[in-house]
Structures are given as structure tokens and as C-alpha cells.
Write a new protein. Sequence first.
Length: 491
Amino acid sequence: MALATFGVVVPAVAAVYEFVIKGRKRLGYRVQMDTTVTDVVQSEHAGPLRELRQGGDPLAKPTLVLLRIENNGATFIDTHDYAVLDDSRVGLRVRFPGRRVAGMVVTELSDDYLRDSFTNGDGFAADGDLIELPRTPMNRSAHYKVLAALERADGSAGATFDPPEVIGGIKGGRIVETQSRTGTPKRAIALVGFLVVLVVAQLLVFLRSNTTAPLDCATGRLQVVGSTAFAPIVREAADSYRKLCPGAEFAIDMRGSGEGLQALQQADAGVLAFSDGEKPDGMPALLPRPIAFFLFTLVAHPDTGVHDLSPEQIRRIYRGELTNWREIGGNDLPIRLVSRNPGSGTRAALQRRVLNGVREPGSNSDDCHTPDPGAEPGVLRCARNSTQEVLRTVADTPGALGYAELGAGEGQDGLTLVRIGGHRATVSEADHGTYPFWETEYGYTHGEPDARSLTASFLRYLTNQVGADIIRANGDRPCADLANPAICRPA
């Protein structure tokens, strides 16, 4: 517990240091050169340096100072950030003890916008041993340099001088002398070393405690039944749960939402059923828990030439009013419908969300290619027991149209995912009411399970732990991820 608290406090302290102390407004200055040039001026190769004068007389013992002014904080410095009176044009003053200023010039601007602060001469002047610098706005890391020619003051003795002094202040920050540095700062090395020690300590604690099961583990055996569309997620989540909790066993038999609910109705504890949508009437003992926002899609054989169908076109197709794809702009192929058997949650979602509650007609063909003997003429219809069987049949049948859970449909080759009314099957479109073919995936239990049971633990795992990531990885969303989570709730 103490180590966990320690692991929270350290990042917090580091954040305070980084953003409150280190990151406030800070103006830096650096003396990059301070040298006597007497021998150079007297040399025959002095060139323009011979012209250094003060009051018309050549400089007798001149020195040159190159000063760099920089914003080395983490925020922008504006003209009003300088700690001076509002009507002052001067932001900083630089004093050179024991010397007089003969002249100065700005030699380098990191950004062109800095030029405006120096062109009119306001706040940029020299007087005695002082240089006055203007209130210059500076972006982060911006800098400028000032080269000053100095003469020894009257009465000054010695060959060396005290370093320049920068006079001024920054509101809410400070002015600091900076230095050229190479390598990694000692503070950074110390911080990294400290964090390494902390990580190693946490790893040792983890390894020592790794023999115990996670806090929410449960043991026992759980039978899982229901939706074939949700089956891949259930199997992946059960495998993951088993690895974390070795004492858990799962018997997974997913044959459809309807069959799963019927099996749960006849059982008691130890059975969990998943359904695409709400249970039918007449099952008051079954309690629902919203697990995921589940997207479905229409899938077509590519030879149909159809990529988008309006809701009314879909309803006319399933009513049998349209029999050939050319009637709605597709290719000259007969329409063949591949559906799920009655009791399928996916079929119920299509009827409820897309067909306006109208029941889908029964099948009239076993192979989806030829009608059964005695079948009435019209659209050819066949039914399959699972999502994967529907997808395989549509992919193998020219002119076929079917429906499936989105994640399964996206992973199948040889299929066209059909938009509805111009809208693709996405969580955003469905969440905002523009894509109609979706349903809430419910986990049903027979009464309220014991909080310590494998049933309750696995349901929590699906919604709050790694299971939620598994749901997302399969193209669906936990209900909590929605902009309007309430639409997942039972009506």
C-alpha cells in the first residue's frame, strides 16, 4: 500500500516541478564574450576596430562584450510581463562595473518579429555604464544578442572587470544567468535514477505477489449460451479470463439468442446467456445486463453491383416486391436472400430495426440456388444457423444478400458491406440515429447471481476490464463508451 502511494506521489511531485517551478516565465542572459582588444586595435590588421571611439577620441583600452538575452522558460513573454512601469519603454538594463559604454549593436535575432523592438530606437540606448534594452516580446526559446564596445572608466585600475549585471524583473517569473551546457543535466540523471529504483522495487513486489490470483477472480464452471454473433467475443474473453484465473472453466455453446434464452429459462445458477436484443415476453425470471452496443450490416455478393440501399428498398426486397438487382440500379441478377433461422437475435434485430417490426418470410430453398419443390415463385430465400454460415453462403452465391454482425462481416473476403441510406455501419452513425441496424447485446442470468460467483465476475470482466477492450477490438463498443449510454438500456 505504501509503495502504491509512493508511486502516485512521485509523478505528482514531478508534474509540480515541471509545470509550476520549471515551466513558469523565465528570461535568461548569457555573457558569451568579454575580452580586451587593446592589442588588436593597435595592430596593423585591426581594420574597422581602429574606428572605435568615444567622444571623438579613439578608445585607449577597449573591451568587447557579447551578451545573449533568451526566453528559456516554457511560456511566451509579452511586453507587459516586464516588471517596469506601464509607460516605460525600457525592459532591462545592463550595467558594466568599471567601464563606460562607447557603442552597441544588435548582432543576432532568432526571429524576424524581434526586429520591430529595435528599429525605432525607443528603449535601446546607452548612458555611462548602462545599456537599456526595450520591452521585447519573446516566444519560447527566442533570443537576441547585443555587442557592446566599452572603455575603461576613469580611475579604474587592473586588467580585469566585474561581470556585467542585468537589472530588471519578470512578473510571475524571474531573470536568471544561463550557461552553455553539454551532456545530461545532473537533476535529470538523478530523477531517472530515482525512477529506475522505483520501477525495480515495484517489479519485485509484483513478482513476489504473482502467485496469487487477481482480486476479482472466481472459480467454478460456467455454461455460456446464446448469440452466435457474440460468440467470438465470448470465446476470446473466456480464454483471457482463464489465463488470469486458472480455477475458472467455461463451457461455450452458442447456437443463437433464442435458443440461449430458452436454455437459461430451463436452468438455474451456472448458466449465462447472451442475446442480440431484449428477451421475448414470458420470461420474467431472466435479468438483463447491457454489455455492448452491437452493430450489424447487410452483406452482398459483389456481383450484385449494389453498395447502398435505402431503408424502403430493403423493405421491398424482403417483402418480395423486388426480384432482380437491375430494378434498383444493380446488375442483371436475381435477388437471393440468405437469412438466419427463427430465434436468431440478428434476425430479430433486422426485423425490429430495419423492417419496421414486420416478420421476415420463411425460406423456400435449402441451397439458395434452386427453389424447393412446390415453392411459390418469387425471391429465393434460405436460412442458416450461424453468422459464419450466412457469410459463407452469401460469398458463394451470386446475387445473394444477407446480414451479419459487423466485426464478422468485415473479416470475410468476397463480400460487399452495404450502406443503409448512404450511412456506413459505424458507432458514431448509429449513436446519432443515422444508421438503423444495431442492437444492444445483453447478458441474461436466471435471477441475481451471487456477487462472488463466476457468472457475476465474468460479467464484470466484460464491462470493466480486459473484456471491454476485446469488445472494442471486434468493432463494437461497451455501452459506457457511447455519447448516449442510455440507449443501451432495456426499454
